[in-house]
Design a protein around this ligand. Structure first.
Ligand code: MG
Length: 210
C-alpha cells in the first residue's frame, strides 16, 4: 500500500485465556497502547532483540488496516473503515514490560523497539471470508506455540474501532493490532518465528539475539 502509517494501535489482553496467562482479569474496556511505525518490518526481515533485554516474546495477532478516516464511528459502521487485513507479530520485551507494569510505568519501550512489529503484506478485506472467524497460529522452528480464533476476542474489530475512534482519529493506513491468544513464549537466537492467519497470510522472521 502506498499510504504511510501514522500510528499502530495495539490492544492488550483481548482474549480471555491470554489475560489469564498474564495473571490479569479480563478487561472491561479495551486496553490501548501504541507502537511507533519505525518498529515495522516485513516477511523475511530479522527481529533484532539484544540479549540484555532478557525474555522477548512472540504474540500472533490479526491486524486491521484503516481505509478511510474514522472519527467517532458507531459500531454499526465501523467495519466499513477496514480496507485490508494482515498478520502481525506483537514482539514484546516481556521482562521489561513486567517491570514497567509492576512500577506503574508505560509499556512503550518494551513494545516499540525497532523490528518489534513484523507484519505480512496486507490483503483487501473483501478477499477474506469472515474476520470474526479466522484462525491464528504461531510456530517457532516449525513447532506450533499459539493457536486461536478471532471468534474468541473479548472486543471484536467493530467495537475496537468504535471505542478507539471516540478518542483518537484513525487515518487511512493506520494499523490496529487486535490482541493475541494464549501461548505467548520466548524467542531465542536463531529461531524462525512464523505468524499465520489462513486466508490472510503469514509473516516469517529469523530472530537475532546478541
Ligand atoms: Mg499483543
Amino acid at each position: 500500500m502506498a499510504v504511510s502509517v501514522t500510528k499502530i494501535i495495539c490492544i492488550g489482553q483481548n482474549y480471555p485465556a491470554h489475560a489469564r496467562e498474564m495473571n490479569s482479569p479480563a478487561p472491561v474496556r479495551p486496553i490501548i497502547f501504541l507502537k511507533p511505525p519505525s518498529a515495522l518490518i516485513g516477511d523475511g526481515d530479522v527481529i533484532e532483540a539484544r540479549l540484555e533485554l532478557g525474555r522477548v516474546d512472540h504474540e500472533v495477532e490479526l491486524a486491521l488496516i484503516i481505509g478511510k478516516r474514522a472519527k467517532r464511528v458507531p459500531v454499526e459502521n465501523a467495519v466499513d473503515h477496514i480496507s485490508h487485513l494482515a498478520v502481525f507479530n506483537d514482539v514484546t520485551a516481556r521482562d521489561m514490560q513486567s517491570a514497567a507494569r509492576t512500577s506503574g510505568q508505560p509499556w512503550s519501550l518494551s513494545k516499540g523497539m525497532d523490528t518489534f512489529a513484523p507484519m505480512s503484506t496486507p490483503v483487501p478485506t473483501e478477499l477474506v471470508a469472515d474476520i470474526h472467524r479466522l484462525d491464528l497460529e504461531l510456530r517457532v522452528n516449525g513447532e506450533v506455540r499459539q493457536k486461536g480464533s478471532t471468534a474468541d476476542m473479548i472486543f471484536p474489530p467493530e467495537r475496537l474501532i468504535a471505542y478507539i475512534s471516540k478518542y483518537i482519529t484513525l487515518e487511512e493506513g493506520d494499523i490496529i493490532a487486535t490482541g493475541t491468544p494464549e501461548g505467548v513464549g520466548p524467542l531465542n537466537d536463531g529461531d524462525l518465528v512464523e505468524a499465520i492467519v489462513p486466508g490472510v497470510g503469514s509473516v516469517s522472521n529469523r530472530v537475532r539475539r546478541t
